[in-house]
Design a protein around this ligand. Structure first.
Ligand code: SF4
Ligand code: SF4
Length: 398
């Protein structure tokens, strides 16, 4: 699956006013040294949907080993939502909320009507992003993407060199194709970011991936920590970092983020937000958008609180890696699912967190990855299994 990234955006009701996305909000908040405005934005008390990931098709031209899909098809899937269903869904979404809509897949550019869909969503006022593996983005496609008013494209690059990336993506030439696609978009002035999934096979290349993103002129680098879902389950034993190594990488990301050379974001690594606070405290810094950029305005796991995922069949999940179905947009309006699903309601109640996450002093800013908890225990409110932190109440009782 392409592009399970959190480019937080938001709409009215927070201190910055209606229709702000996180960038607009950030520019207004960065001079607020008290951190209050960003804290309020981060808490998102009204559970505004800020990002909706939509897997527009199950089809893809690659067979990445970490994909959330087990049934990737090279043909368009018969049960993909039709154009009419897609337009109806977008209309319902635009009536209900104002999230950034991330068109992903599979490979979204496999859908013949993808630009019609993107254009319609833009016309309805949604901010549209496209998450692609980049290999199909020739000069013509790049222009079409721009014409459909897509505001940001993310391209997945999972290694600092062709060998590492192609090995992970299972197709020779996919690295070159991704870079070519990236450059074709950049050339016509599109905003492009690199998404990278970190696992054992490329963890030692983090520094070089960072340098690659800088040299490409990427607008952001979003670093995803592998979640054991779909094909990820099959490679979990081989590819999941140990909790200790995971912790080290998050510190590395923190150090690089402080250089402020690029918008660097640790995604689906909720305890990054604990580490950020631990480090800032040690360094005597008060966290604010000025000191920590947009990371000061968001929190760890956003599943069901600010983010949701719609599958190619219309099934709704709190995120693309947490396989607990919460409704289907083919039958139910997205607003009703977002407002009333029992699963979403549970995820919004941090008093229901269990194990050490339940007693952790960082739970409000972290929450642990609900998908990794689910993978480990079958219970999405259980404790995050890849966090080394011992909450004070746990360590004091020993
Ligand atoms: S459950 Fe995990 S994968 Fe899903 S949004 Fe939360 S941190 Fe990310
Ligand atoms: S124990 Fe849970 S809530 Fe606390 S930092 Fe670790 S993952 Fe986050």
């Amino acid at each position: 699956m392409e592009g399970h990234e959190h480019q937080c955006g938001g709409k009215g009701g927070h201190p910055c006013g209606a229709n702000d996305n996180i960038k607009d909000a950030y520019s207004k908040m960065k001079h607020d040294n008290t951190g209050k405005m960003s804290g309020d934005y981060m808490k998102n008390m009204k559970n505004q949907m800020r990002l909706l990931f939509w897997e527009t098709t199950a089809a893809c031209n690659l067979e990445c080993i970490h994909c959330r899909r087990l049934d990737v098809s090279k043909e368009l899937a018969e049960d993909d939502m039709t154009t009419e269903e897609s337009i109806k869904f977008i209309d319902e979404l635009a009536d209900a909320a104002n999230p950034i809509l991330i068109l992903s897949g599979g490979e979204p550019l496999y859908r013949p009507d993808i630009f019609e869909i993107a254009g319609h969503a833009s016309k309805r006022g949604l901010k549209v992003a496209l998450a692609t593996n980049g290999t199909l983005v020739d000069e013509e496609k790049a222009k079409e993407i721009k014409k459909a008013d897509v505001q940001r494209v993310s391209i997945s690059i999972d290694g600092a060199d062709a060998k590492t990336h192609d090995n992970f993506r299972k197709i020779e030439g996919s690295f070159e194709g991704a870079i070519r696609g990236f450059n074709n978009l950049k050339k016509i002035g599109m905003s492009v970011q690199v998404n990278c999934t970190i696992a054992k096979h490329n963890v030692d290349q983090f520094e070089d991936i960072y340098k690659l993103a800088l040299s490409l002129g990427s607008d952001a680098l979003h670093v995803f920590m592998l979640v054991p879902v779909g094909c990820g389950v099959q490679i979990a034993d081989d590819q999941m970092l140990t909790p200790d190594r995971y912790e080290e990488v998050l510190h590395q990301i923190y150090d690089k983020a402080q250089e402020s050379k690029i918008h660097l974001k640790a995604t689906c690594a909720p305890h990054y937000f604990r580490i950020m606070r631990e480090r800032a405290k040690k360094e005597g810094i008060t966290i604010s958008p000025k000191t920590h950029g947009m990371a000061a305005m968001t929190k760890g796991c956003l599943a069901g609180t600010a983010v949701c995922f719609v599958s190619h069949k219309g099934e709704v999940f709190p995120c693309g890696y947490l396989p607990v179905e919460s409704g289907n947009v083919r039958k139910t309006n997205i607003k009703d699912i977002w407002d009333s699903s029992a699963i979403f309601t549970n995820l919004r109640d941090i008093s229901l967190l269990e194990g050490k996450c339940g007693v952790c002093e960082y739970k409000k800013v972290c929450e642990g990855c609900r998908a990794r908890a689910f993978y480990d225990t079958g219970n999405y409110m259980a404790e995050e299994p890849y966090c080394v932190y011992q909450p004070k109440s746990v360590s004091n009782s020993k």
